[in-house]
Design a protein around this ligand. Structure first.
Ligand code: NAI
Ligand code: MG
Length: 334
């Protein structure tokens, strides 16, 4: 039976890179069907809502989403659509792989790290945040639960096992944040005991930053809480040449959403020069998630080979090509 995927093209460069990515998926002939729905600015203009009900319904039904970047209108009291989607579908694990690609201006070669970030709690639950009326004081809660810590750590270890990886690093700050980070560490240690085949290491977040910059090759899979994961995953992207090649998956029990880490790039929207590789790599993550490992590998290898050959690349990769020209080069290599 063919799998149906909900596709949100997104705003800014979203439609351009989504079109290129869907062309690559079609060329792989992997028997997928696509249901196109709107969210973000496109939806606001058409339906007066950032997240219309038919979009939510489509995600509920299909459970798999390929999503272009969404613009959250600034200063109009709108909540981030990305955050709303994560909350609505309880997408608790944010999975961000970074991989050195030969031919890019990266700081390191042979880096291959997956950061798994808890996506629903920690410091990002702004519910009880407050600023005193005179502006002298602000307060915001950090919440860590056993359930949240357990499911994200389990996801990281299962991923490590599935992908034949050797080590998971638990990143924390339990020496200072004894209550919240301490609970995360306790729970994740318990989970680690169920995976004797995977090496488990513990590391304090500040030391992790230093070690990532000095010798990233010692890392394999990292699992951590929301705020630390947000920062570490961008640091990891920086090690391999920035956000242009960084995909991310948001995984929940009933739904999974795959996207590029970058935003809608309004400065280059419509200029036909946006780099589609991050979204294509997200599509490869999607294919792996639904068990199409063979197609995922073919897509990844074609992207890496195209960049390595410097073939028809977009300006951000140092070429003078376009979204369509790099897509053509990748598709020819499939
Ligand atoms: P951005 O990632 O859109 O752009 C930052 C810089 O990187 C810009 O110079 C842009 O031209 C460049 N860039 C980004 N993606 C590129 C690509 N594929 N190819 C070539 N160059 C690329 O970040 P910014 O400007 O902070 O945010 C713009 C909008 O995107 C905002 O409305 C923000 O809320 C939204 N956003 C959405 C995200 C999502 O949907 N997951 C994530 C981040 C931001
Ligand atoms: Mg971030």
């Amino acid at each position: 039976m063919s799998q149906v995927i909900t596709v949100i093209s997104g705003d800014g460069i979203g439609p351009e890179i989504t079109r290129a990515t869907l062309r690559a998926l079609e060329a792989l002939q992997c028997d997928l069907e696509y249901e196109h729905v709107d969210a973000g600015l496109a939806a606001l203009e058409r339906d007066g809502e950032l997240l219309p009900e038919p979009t939510l319904e489509s995600i509920r039904k299909n459970g798999i989403v390929l999503k272009g970047p969404l613009t959250t209108p600034v200063g109009k009291g709108f909540r981030s659509v990305n955050v709303s989607l994560r909350r609505t579908f309880d997408l608790y694990a944010n999975v961000r792989p970074v991989l050195s690609i030969p031919g890019t201006k990266a700081r390191y070669e042979d880096v291959d790290i997956i950061t798994v970030r808890e996506n629903t709690e920690g410091a990002y639950l702004a519910a009880d945040a407050m600023v005193a009326e005179d502006g002298s004081r602000a307060e915001s809660k950090m919440i860590i639960t056993r359930k949240g810590s357990e499911r994200v750590t389990r996801y990281a270890f299962d991923l490590a096992r599935r992908e034949g990886r050797r080590k998971v690093t638990l990143v924390h700050k339990a020496n200072i944040l004894k209550a919240v980070s301490g609970l995360f560490l306790d729970v994740s240690r318990e989970v680690a005991r169920d995976y004797p085949d995977i090496e488990c290491e513990e590391m304090i977040v500040d030391a992790t930053c230093m070690k990532l910059v000095m010798d990233p090759h010692q890392f394999d899979v990292i699992v951590t809480t929301n705020l630390f994961g947000d920062i570490l995953s961008d640091l990891c992207a920086g090690l391999v040449g920035g956000l242009g090649l960084a995909p991310g998956a948001n995984i929940g029990r009933d739904a999974a959403m795959f996207e590029a880490v970058h935003g809608s790039a309004p400065d280059i929207a419509g200029k036909k020069i946006a780099n589609p590789c991050a979204l294509m790599l997200a599509a490869a993550q999607l294919l792996t998630h639904i068990g199409r490992n063979d197609e995922a590998g073919r897509l990844r290898r074609a992207i890496v080979a195209t960049i390595g050959a410097g073939d028809r690349l977009t300006p951000d990769l140092g070429g003078d090509g376009s979204t369509e020209s790099i897509a053509d080069a990748i598709i020819e290599r499939l």
